[in-house]
Ligand binder design. Structure first.
Ligand SMILES: *Cc1c(COP(=O)(O)O)cnc(C)c1O
Length: 348
C-alpha cells in the first residue's frame, strides 16, 4: 500500500473539515479562474500560445536557465528529463524513496531503456556523497553507463539544504554525470530554506517544477534547463503525446500561482510547525518534516488513536498499512478546518 491508496473509512454523515491527503487537492480559486478565463491563447504545438511562452520564459528566467517546457504533469516532466539526459542502457543514480524511482511506474526504464540505481535516502532527504561516489560505475563492458544524478527537493516534507545538494552534485559532476532536480515542491524548499531560486537551481542542469501542488494550479509542470536539452524535451513531449494546443488557459493558472501563491507557502509551513508542536504535546514525538508535510513515525497504537480521531471529526488523510501517516498542509485548509484538526489531535 502506498500513500496514494487510502483505507480511511470516513463516515458519510460527518462533514469533511479538511483534506490533508495531499496539496494536489487544492482547487483553483475565483481569482485564478478569472486569470484563466482572460488568458490569450494560440496553438502551442505551432509555438503560438503567448501564455505558455510567457510561463516558460518566466520560470527559465527565475531559475537562471536558458529555456523551459510546459508539461501536463510532473511525472512526464521527470520522464522527459531522464530520456533527454540518458540513452538506452544508461543509468540514473537516484534515491530509493524518490518519486522518479518509486511513483512513476518505471517509465524511464519502460520507455527509455534507462537503468535506475536507487540509493538510500538520508534522514534529511538528501543522498550521501560517498555513497553516490560508490554508485558511479567504472567504464567497463559489464556495467550500465552512469549518466545522470537525479535528486529531489523538497523530499517528504524535508527541505534539503543547498550545501548538501552541492556536496552530492560535485561528486556526480567530477565523474562526468549530468544532474536533474525533481523540484515538484521546489518553492516549498526555497521558502523554507530562505534560499534564492537561482541558487537552489544552480547545481542542476535541469529542474522540474509542479504548479499543481501547493501552488494551487489545476494542472501543469515545467521543466527548465539548457536550450539543447529543452529542444530535445519538446520532441519527446510530442512523441509521448503531451503536445498541447490552446493550453494557455492552464499556463495562465500557473502564472497566477507563481505571482500569488509562493510567498504564502510560509503559512502552510507555519501551520505544519504548529501541528507538530501539538502532536508532540500529546506524545507523538517522532514527527518529521520542515515544510508543509509531516510524517508520523509514531508507535502504531498512538497512530491508530489519531486516525480514529481524524475519522470521527472529518479530517481526511491517507492511511496505509506499514507506512507513516502523512499530513499535508495547503492553502485550501480553512481557519476552521485547521482549528478542528488541532482539536482532533488534542482529544487523543
Ligand atoms: C507530485 C510529484 C511529482 C509529479 O507528480 P504528477 O502527479 O505527475 O504531477 C514528482 N515528484 C514529486 C516529489 C512529487 O511529489
Amino acid at each position: 500500500m502506498s500513500q496514494y491508496s487510502s483505507q480511511q473509512a470516513l463516515n458519510p454523515d460527518v462533514e469533511v473539515q479538511c483534506d490533508l491527503r495531499s496539496d494536489t487537492v487544492t482547487r483553483p480559486d475565483a481569482a485564478m479562474r478569472a486569470a484563466m478565463a482572460a488568458a490569450e491563447v494560440g496553438d502551442d504545438v505551432f509555438g503560438e500560445d503567448p501564455s505558455i511562452t510567457r510561463l516558460e520564459c518566466t520560470l527559465a528566467e527565475r531559475l537562471g536557465k536558458d529555456a523551459a517546457l510546459f508539461l501536463p504533469s510532473g511525472t512526464q516532466s521527470n520522464l522527459i528529463a531522464m530520456l533527454a539526459h540518458c540513452g538506452r542502457g544508461e543509468e540514473v543514480i537516484t534515491g530509493r524513496d524518490y518519486h522518479v524511482y518509486k511513483y512513476e511506474a518505471g517509465g524511464a526504464s519502460v520507455l527509455g531503456g534507462c537503468v535506475l540505481d536507487p540509493r538510500l535516502v538520508e534522514p534529511d532527504g538528501g543522498l550521501n556523497a560517498d555513497d553516490v561516489g560508490r554508485a558511479v560505475k567504472e567504464d567497463d563492458a559489464h556495467h550500465p553507463i552512469s549518466r545522470l544524478l537525479s535528486l529531489e527537493n523538497s523530499h517528504n516534507g524535508m527541505a534539503v539544504p543547498l550545501a548538501r545538494c552541492i556536496e552530492v552534485v560535485n561528486v556526480a559532476r567530477s565523474a562526468g554525470l549530468s544532474t536533474h532536480l525533481d523540484g515538484a515542491r521546489f518553492f516549498n524548499a526555497t521558502v523554507a530554506l530562505q534560499c534564492g531560486e537561482k541558487a537552489l537551481a544552480a547545481p542542476f542542469d535541469t529542474v522540474s517544477i509542479c504548479l499543481s501542488k501547493g501552488l494551487g494550479a489545476p494542472v501543469g509542470s515545467v521543466l527548465v534547463g539548457p536550450s539543447d536539452l529543452i529542444a530535445k524535451g519538446r520532441r519527446l513531449r510530442k512523441m509521448l503525446g503531451g503536445g498541447m494546443r490552446q493550453a494557455g488557459v492552464l499556463a495562465a493558472a500557473g502564472l497566477y500561482a507563481l505571482e500569488h501563491n509562493i510567498a504564502r507557502l510560509a503559512e502552510d509551513h507555519a501551520r505544519a510547525a504548529e501541528l507538530k508542536t501539538v502532536l508532540e504535546d500529546v506524545g507523538v514525538t517522532d514527527v518529521r518534516g520542515d515544510t508543509n508535510m509531516l510524517f508520523l513515525h509514531a508507535a502504531s497504537e498512538v497512530q491508530n488513536r489519531l486516525v480514529e480521531s481524524f475519522t470521527a471529526t472529518g479530517v481526511k488523510i491517507n492511511v496505509s498499512k506499514d507506512e507513516p501517516v502523512r499530513l499535508v498542509l495547503h492553502k485550501d485548509v480553512s481557519e476552521a478546518g485547521f482549528a478542528t484538526l488541532l482539536q482532533a489531535v488534542r482529544q487523543i
